[in-house]
Design a protein around this ligand. Structure first.
Ligand code: PLP
Length: 375
């Protein structure tokens, strides 16, 4: 059994994907071109924002925004404590300070009450200037963007939606990647919409920001690549990745998002009441980058993972370590008691196999092992 089965997806779309790749090779046009333009237009349309700017990966997508907003030393950026390292890394990379905020025990997304407390604490200390909030759509579930927006407006902060895992999710019909001043996603192969290597994208309605990002990602270009008006980076999505994504985006829209939600219903029907199953608030849709359950203890979680492994079932611990405990952030001297929920989740959460090509037999088999185990 695969944790995320990319081979079944390829086998289903082999003819389309192979011929799309072959066409790029035949044309010998490997950078930019109509494939990238088409993908950007289709992604913007799907998410319902004005601009999509593709780039090299999800981390650089966020870094480009930090550059565009001139985030630097002395600035505070608010980041959930329970997320992939990137979300905090891109802040420190600019010399700014990531302020980690605990998450909600049900949604695993940034706790907006603790967020506001954190902002006030930074203001009262007077050492750093609060600038940006980065809510993460963890495991495919959109963060509470409605509340985050209220807080951002109140304190005059920018919002970057980190939708690396969130593409396809929505709140009351409004799609992930459309919240905040700008949003980013990742096309890392295992994300809800993945390519065959690295890739990422930025979404925004702001024309000026879109122009700036299009310059920053190509060496700070002005009129053209050889007219350089600012310091930028080289961050492009390869044409081959774009052409693969054009095929996969169609599959994602046509059935994959529905398929993972069907798998979720089957899992939850079997497991509800036995372990803590994912909480999807009213009006929210998750794109299920992960299906993550919560056990009663670390011992129980680790024992279940071992039992699943014995039965040939892969599972993953996302995340082993909270952000505030990462060695790279040691200089900030965090108080462990500020992160009660994240600390608990790192001990008790377990992600089970989840992808659009899972069959119900596998789901039922996994659930049988979990049910037999009593953790
Ligand atoms: C994967 C991920 C990223 C980084 O994306 P890459 O394309 O791997 O650089 C950022 N944030 C979160 C929450 C992620 O899961």
């Amino acid at each position: 059994m695969e944790f995320r089965d990319l081979k079944s997806q390829y086998n289903k779309y082999k003819i389309e994907i192979d011929s799309a790749i072959q066409e790029v090779i035949n044309n010998a046009n490997f950078i930019g071109g109509k494939e990238v333009n088409t993908l950007e237009r289709r992604l913007a349309e799907y998410v319902d924002v004005k601009h999509c700017i593709t780039c090299a990966n999800g981390t650089e997508a966020m870094t480009l925004l930090m550059m565009a907003w001139d985030i630097k030393e002395g600035d505070a950026v608010f980041v959930p404590d329970f997320t992939f390292f990137s979300t905090g890394e891109i802040v420190s990379f600019r010399g700014a300070t990531p302020i980690f905020v605990d998450v909600d025990k049900d949604t695993f997304n940034i706790d907006t009450v603790k967020l506001e407390k954190s902002i006030n604490k930074v203001i009262n200390e007077g050492k750093l200037t609060p600038k940006v909030i980065i809510p993460v759509d963890l495991f495919g579930l959109p963060a509470d963007h409605i509340q985050v927006e209220k807080i951002a407006n109140k304190y005059n902060l920018k919002v970057l939606e980190d939708a690396a895992q969130g593409f396809g999710g929505s709140i009351n019909g409004r799609k992930a990647c459309s919240f905040g001043n700008a949003a980013t996603t990742s096309f890392f192969p295992a994300k809800p919409l993945g390519c065959y290597g690295d890739g990422g994208a930025i979404f925004t309605d702001n024309d000026e920001l879109a122009n700036l990002l299009n310059s920053l990602k190509v060496h700070g270009k002005g009129e053209n690549k050889y007219d350089n008006v600012r310091i930028g980076v080289n961050s492009r999505l390869d044409t081959i990745q774009a052409t693969i994504l054009n095929v996969k985006l169609t599959a994602f829209i046509e059935h994959e998002l529905d398929d993972v939600n069907r798998i979720c219903i089957l899992y939850t029907k079997n497991l509800k009441g036995i372990v803590e199953t994912p909480v999807i608030p009213e009006g929210y849709v998750s794109s299920f980058a992960q299906y993550t359950i919560k056990l009663k203890s670390k011992e129980g979680r680790d024992a279940l993972q071992a039992k699943l492994k014995e039965n040939g079932i892969p599972s993953m611990v996302y995340y082993v370590k909270p952000m505030h405990e990462q060695g790279a952030f040691a200089e900030y001297n965090h108080d462990d008691s500020d992160f009660e929920v994240t600390n608990e989740l790192c001990d008790t959460a377990l992600s089970l196999p989840m992808h659009p090509y899972m069959n119900s037999r596998d789901v039922n088999f996994i659930c049988k092992i979990v049910l037999k185990s009593n953790y």
